[in-house]
Design a protein around this ligand. Structure first.
Ligand code: HEM
Length: 157
């Protein structure tokens, strides 16, 4: 009888530095998001600490770490937001800057952006008509870019 294979693969969660690094990146990232004239409008109703803790738990899980996330998943959570490709890329560029500022090595930045970008398909909408209210009293969130200036990462990974 052949022995069982040993499960010794290291998760991305562990390689990148675990919870400590995820928290550091998200603190810098959401500082940028809450200061950004376009993105901050989507977050007017929710405190930065709440969104950071949701994102920390969600990405921990997405990176192969402890399964602690108990919030909504990206498609239902964003169905009422008109998130265009341009807005998504703008957010992606802010995330890239946050990763660089936090000192995450280049190879891990690429992988982090790739995992984050894998949620793009369910979140980006081609038209406002594709948005749906989550409940009857909900509002469709559709904010213009007040400055017309967008951040651009070299590529969406
Ligand atoms: C431009 C793009 C995005 C915008 C404007 C945006 C905006 C928001 C806002 C406003 C909330 C709070 C919703 C609420 O509770 O009322 C939220 C929640 C959340 N977002 Fe995003 N988001 C974007 C992209 C993403 C991406 C790419 C991911 C995944 C990698 C993500 C993951 C989450 C998660 C996990 C929550 C918490 C959901 C919950 O528990 O209710 N978001 N987002």
């Amino acid at each position: 009888m052949s022995p069982e294979p040993i499960q010794n693969e290291i998760s991305f969660y562990d390689s990148v530095g675990g919870r400590r690094v995820i928290e550091r990146v998200h603190r810098i990232f959401y500082n940028r998001v809450y200061a950004d004239p376009w993105l901050k409008q989507f977050f007017g109703h929710i405190g930065q600490e709440i969104i950071e803790s949701q994102q920390n738990a969600f990405m921990t899980q997405a990176f192969g770490g402890p399964q602690l996330y108990c919030g909504a998943f990206p498609i239902p959570a964003h169905k009422h937001m008109y998130i265009t490709e341009e807005l998504f890329l703008h957010r992606h560029a802010l995330l890239k800057k946050a990763l660089e500022e936090a000192g995450v090595p280049k190879a891990y930045i690429d992988k982090w952006l790739m995992i984050d970008g894998s949620f793009r398909k369910g979140i980006v909408k081609l038209a406002k008509e594709n948005c749906q209210k989550r409940h009857l009293a909900d509002e469709i969130l559709d904010f213009r870019n007040p400055t017309g200036v967008t951040e651009r990462a070299e590529s969406r990974k």
